[in-house]
Structures are given as C-alpha cells and as structure tokens.
Design a protein around this ligand. Sequence first.
Ligand code: GLA
Length: 664
Amino acid sequence: MSGKFAVGVDYYPEQWPEERWATDAALMRDAGFNVVRLAEFAWVKLEPALGEFDFDWLDRAIETLSAHGLEVILGTPTATMPAWVMAGDSSIYRMSSDGRAATFGHRRGYCPHHAGYRRHAERIVRAMASQYANHPAVIGWQIDNEFGDRSYSAVAQTAFQAWLERKYGSLEAMNEAWGAVFWSQTYTAWSEIPVPLDTGGPHNPGLALDFARFSSDGYVSFQREQLEIVRAACPNHFVTHNLMGFGYDQIDYFDLASDLDFVTWDNYPRMWWNVYAGDDAARAALGHATMRGLKRQNFWVMEQQAGAGGWQMVVPHPRPGELRLWAYQAIAHGADGIVFFRFRTARHGTEQYWHGLLEHDGTVGRRYLEAKQFGLELQRIGAQIAGSVAKSSVVLLHDYDSRFALQIQPNNPELQYATQFAHWYSALHRRNVGADISSSTDDLSAYSLVIAPLLHVVTPEAAANLEHFVQGGGTLVLTARSGVKDGSNAVVNEALPGLLRDLAGVRVTEYDSLIGSSNGLRFDPNTVLDAADVTVNIWCDLLEPSGADVLARYTGGFYAGAAAITRNQVGRGSVIYVGAIGDAALPETLLEWLLAAQTAAKLETNQLEITERWQGETRLRFYLNHSADPQSVALGGQATSLLTGDAVSGILKLEGYGVEILTD
Ligand code: GLA
C-alpha cells in the first residue's frame, strides 16, 4: 500500500455505451476519485470464444479513465464464467449440500476443486496479466470476486478424498481420528469416503470438520493459482481479493488473506443478511476489525455501499449523510482505500435495484454528491491518514475451526457463534473501546484483555499461547463450550474445559442446554463484581472451582447455588470463565466491570462512535455520529479539525450523521 489514500468506484464499462465512458470518467475525476475497479465480471467480453481474446474495448476504457487521472484495479473475471465454458462440461457446476447442482445464469456456479475449470481460469488470467503487465495505469488486481460456498459435487468428493490422503497418510490414521468405528463407518479405501451431503443426515463430526477445512482450502488454492500467474507477470502490481467481513463463515479468512498483499472487503452496513447481533454501526465496525486482524494491517473497502441494495427486494435507503459517514467509519477502523459499489445503477441483470452513485438514467443525485464531498475531502486529507494505525489493548479471538464445528453441531438451537461473538464485540463498541480481532495462535503480548468467545476447538498450540498471555499478566475471558473438542472434532478425553481446565482453575461437572427455559445469575457482592442479576436462556455449565474464585452462582433449578462464573489468578494474570450463555446482557455486565478494572480502557458511554489511528506520534481521533440527531461530546483539550483546519476545544458538536477528525 502506498502512502496515497485510494478513493474510487467499481465501474462496468461493458454495461454502458462507449460514448458514455468519457462522461462517467469526468464525473469520477470531478468527485476526487483516483482509482477504479474494472472487469471482474467481464469474461465473455474478454474471451468471447475459447482462446479468442478481445482486449480492445478494455484497453479503450482504461485509456479513457486514465486520461481523467484514474488508476485501475483489474478483477480476474472467474466468478462469472461464460455460458460456453459451462456448455462444454456440466461437471464444473458447484453442488450445494442438498445435492442440487448449480445451473447457468447466476454467478459463483463453479466447483472450486474442478481442475478443468481451473485451466479455463488460468487461460483468461494469464492472458489478462500479460496484456496489462506493463500498462502504466494498472496498479493492482483483485482475484475472482467474493470467493465462497462449499461444493459437494462428485469432483469435490474426489478432491476431498485426495486431500484426506495427503492429510492423514493412511486410512488407519483417518479412521482413528474420526472414531469411524462408530456406526460401522470405518473406511477401507479412500474412494469410499463421502462428502457430508444433508441428504444422508448429520455426518461424523470429524469428517464434517475436515470437509469444511477442505472446502476452505479449495478456495485458498484456487486463489493461489491465479495469484501466482499475476505475480509472475506483474511484479509491480498489488494482488488482493474482496472478502465478506465477519459475517461470512465458509472460508478460513486467515488462510485466504495470508497470500494477499493486503485485504479488501465489501462493506454493506445496511443489509438484510446481517442477522447477527448489534446495530448497523457495531456490525460494520466488527467487519472492519475482523478484516484488519487477518494480516494485522490496514485494508481497503473494495465495495462500499453507495445506495440502497436490492435484487428482488429493495433495502431501506441510506439516509442523507450515511454514505459519507460509513466511508469515514471504515477509515476510522483502518481502511486506506474506499471504493464505492457501484458507479451507475444497472438497468439490466440481477442487480437492477442495487443502487450505485448515479441513477439508472445516468443522472447525478444526492448519492453522487455525497460521495463527491467525501472524495474531495480525501483528496485534501488522505495523505495524512493513509498508513496510520489503530492501536488496541483488547482483542477478541476469532477461530474458524470453532465456528465450523459449531455449524456442524450448534449444541443448542439458539447458540450461534457469530451472534455470541458480536455480543462481546458490541459491548466494547458501545463503550468506544477499540478492539482487535486475531486468531488464537497470534502473538497476544500487545494486549491486556483477551476475549475468546466459544473457543470450542482447542489445539495444544492455542492453549499454550493463552497460558503464555495470562502468565505474562493478561486477563483472559473464556466462555462455556470452550475446550470441548480436539483438532479432529472429537470430544476431549478429559473434564471440560479440556486443555483450558488448569488455566481456568475450574472443572465443568455437568451442563444444561436451556430450551424454552432460563436461569438466573447472582453476582457475589463479596467479590469485585457487584452487579444486578442476569438471566440466561441458552446454556449453563455447572462449575467446580479448583483454585478459582466464584463471581456468580445460579439462582434456579436443581443446580441453584452452583458456580456459574469464576476467576482464576494465574501468574501475574487471571482467567474469567463465563459458564453461562444467554443474550447480550451478560457480556454487557461483565465488560462494564472488566473495563473499569482495565487501566488502559476509556469509558465513553455516549452514542457517538469514537476511534483512534496513530500516524507515528500523531493521534487522529474520529468522531462518528450514527444517529439522525445532533450530538456533542466534551473534548479533553485543544485540537485541530483535519477536515476544516479549524481549532476546536470545549464541546464538539456533530450534526446528524456528522463526522469529525481531530488531531491533538
Ligand atoms: C457483492 C458483489 C458485488 C455486488 C454486490 C451487491 O458484494 O461483490 O458484485 O453483487 O455484492 O450485490
């Protein structure tokens, strides 16, 4: 990433008459944009027939855009294959878990494990990379578009069998790891191993977790094949992919990101599929933090919501000011590039109602003007922001193996990994406590508080990492359903929480999955935690402390009086084991107490989102008003507005959906 701040738009010249391109490019330039993403769905225009390439139109589009000062990111177009590719080989189609094969007419219809499809992809990517390797306007590449969705096809099955053979080396080792003797599932040939189609009912958890990992690896390796071609041909260009934030749960994004120069993602704060907990602002912040954590570096938003979304239905329209606010929120959480999706609203195709910056008829309205205000602001202040970094003392551990394992066996109808994770994140967000998101094996030494919601699958490496953190003086929060599984998705052969038991200083003697019932938690007023009772309705671990103090006990049922939350002092640090799971109330209560106990944390409980980025020794403070009403906040001292250059002190006032950035 250069020191320049990227602002731009996703543009589809192939969808509009060529006579219009110069008008569009001029509008982009006038809006202060400096980058444009092109071509990620344009395969059939680039290769109308097998091996016959046509780059002339794209050359001309790039020439027009570059003449208006725009630099270009090219998408490899492998998410939407031409009909002629599929007509040649129907085995390419991805199959969903219900056994139905995709059909032509949508996108991402391919099985990522299909060698023939990968050869088609290789051909178009090689041709594009060689065409644009030395083009002065091209700066980088996006591989494919939003990789995702597991494939259960016959091709995937064969690839899964080969993946297992590579992983285990012998059928004996695999059968042993899965406990395959259960229900006579012992395999005597690799070719006997099924994929976990729903049609067969729930599968062996060991097989199912390996299949989730294999499916993730399939996209990682498909991306790597394309990336190696692009890197070899275009050593001066960056290579990235547009991921889907925290909400997407089919790929281990730590793995997918490891091959990229930097992460980009697609940020749609107001969408109907954002079903996990939290309001729009907290969900978007969680997405940004997740993406920043993948490589522990700044990221771009490759698709930033530009209007109301919609395929068959139309989502409520962003209010005046929200597009700019959301773009600044991304920056406030570590974005060094904002690319709006999309420029002009499509007249044809599935996304006719996915509103871009321009209207269907190409006219300019308030969305364009708002993006223009943002673009021109960034033209002035972008260089002072680009490359500055967020610093947090709190981190949440995001573990895809645990998330996959809980997809396979949720344990309770109301237990969702994403929702529980979001409860903890939202409680921090509401208090303006910046939080990072890392994997359970990342270095945690920079943090004072580590929260590990539902760390269900625990490896010896993760357990050792957590112990090292706590011994060094950190506070670790663990929840129920942690340490339940080993890396093979077998239940551990010891009392829960398994490998974390000594660290937590507690043993789970029994547990109660609450279905249609609830229980209460009473905090012990003799401990530091003196809070009102909390009701939980999902899960209760009954705890037997072995060295830990009891912070809360159950109030009802046959286990009334049993320990529910404990704290264990270990070395210079401590471990809080939260044995009960319910809604947001419990994380709220515990964080109120824990953050007050953390000297590093700042408590600001108004509705304004406040974050920081540091440019060397210079602090940039972002103030984001996510409500329609004006808000104000008291400032500590004298500051300067990056947006206006004015000195600010006393009370900072922000209009509805207003934004301010201050330097000390
Ligand atoms: C995703 C895709 C885009 C577009 C938008 C809106 O983020 O990457 O191509 O489809 O969703 O649906």
